[in-house]
Write a protein that binds this ligand. Structure first.
Ligand code: NAP
Length: 234
């Protein structure tokens, strides 16, 4: 049975991805700042390489080699660019980009050994459209898309596919907190009227895309940015 690690698995999209992969028959471990109380939920800050390496070692010990990685841990941020401190810029890039770097590098040896691997990076539809007051967030997610394309070329010959899923407008604690702080330009209900499929996205919508990209059926798909956004970005 293959083993998957899902970062950010304690909440929202990461949690739904972990549940879906478990239902699909994978062994699943999660990494999060605040892990859930499920089995194989590990506490780790993805910006801290030693913590990531220790968590991955613990997963290997319990569940065997990690050949599937879904990077869903992330944070958002809202600030006018001219008011954005370099510290806030660095912190966000550190979590959303450097965290992905650490988790991929830490799990790659198992994938090379197996001659098979699947990496899915959760980026953001804002990297397609841009987003005012989120320059650091959009920069970090655009970098994740670029990293995805480069690694697809580099790792394809080793049997490893690398794809990105940029979600748009998914009903998670991250979205609801931003709504409560009046940072999304209206309410979720307002946005539904502007969304072609006329509903908010569900974490399970992202999980379904991840499940497909991880499956054997998707073995010829790599370096792709598969938008899941109800038609908000095409
Ligand atoms: P969420 O509910 O806030 O989940 C994110 C998870 O990542 C949380 O459990 C969070 O822990 C964890 N996390 C944050 N920083 C971490 C770190 N340094 N190390 C380990 N874990 C960390 O948000 P979500 O909406 O599911 O977001 C999941 C991913 O989708 C993110 O990368 C986000 O940028 C992306 N995304 C979401 C949407 C959307 O509409 N919801 C749209 C575009 C992109 P804490 O809660 O303890 O901080």
């Amino acid at each position: 049975m293959k083993t998957a690690v899902v970062t950010g698995g304690g909440s929202g999209i990461g949690r739904a991805v972990a549940e879906r992969l478990r239902a699909d028959g994978y062994q699943v471990a999660t990494l999060d700042l605040n892990p859930s109380d499920e089995k194989f939920a590990y506490a780790a800050d993805v910006t801290d390489r030693a913590q990531v390496d220790a968590a991955l070692a613990a997963v290997r010990e319990s569940l065997g080699p990690v050949t599937i990685l879904v990077n869903a841990a992330g944070m958002d941020g809202f600030k006018r660019f001219q008011d954005l401190s370099f510290e806030a810029w660095q912190r966000l890039i550190n979590v959303n980009l450097h965290g992905v770097f650490h988790c991929i590098q830490s799990s790659l040896p198992d994938m090379f050994e197996a001659g098979w691997g699947r990496i899915v990076n959760i980026s953001s539809s804002s990297a397609q459209s841009g987003q005012p007051f989120m320059s650091h967030y959009v920069a970090s997610k655009s970098a994740v898309n670029g990293l995805t394309k480069s690694l697809a070329l580099e790792l394809g010959p080793s049997g490893i596919t690398v794809n990105a899923v940029p979600p748009g407008f998914i009903d998670t604690p991250m979205l609801r907190k931003a709504e409560d702080r009046e940072l999304i330009g209206g309410t979720v209900e307002d946005h539904i009227l502007r969304t072609p499929v006329r509903r908010v996205g569900r974490p399970e919508d992202i999980a379904a895309a991840c499940a497909f990209l991880i499956s054997e059926d998707a073995g010829y798909i790599t370096g792709q940015i598969l938008g899941v956004n109800g038609g908000r970005n095409t």
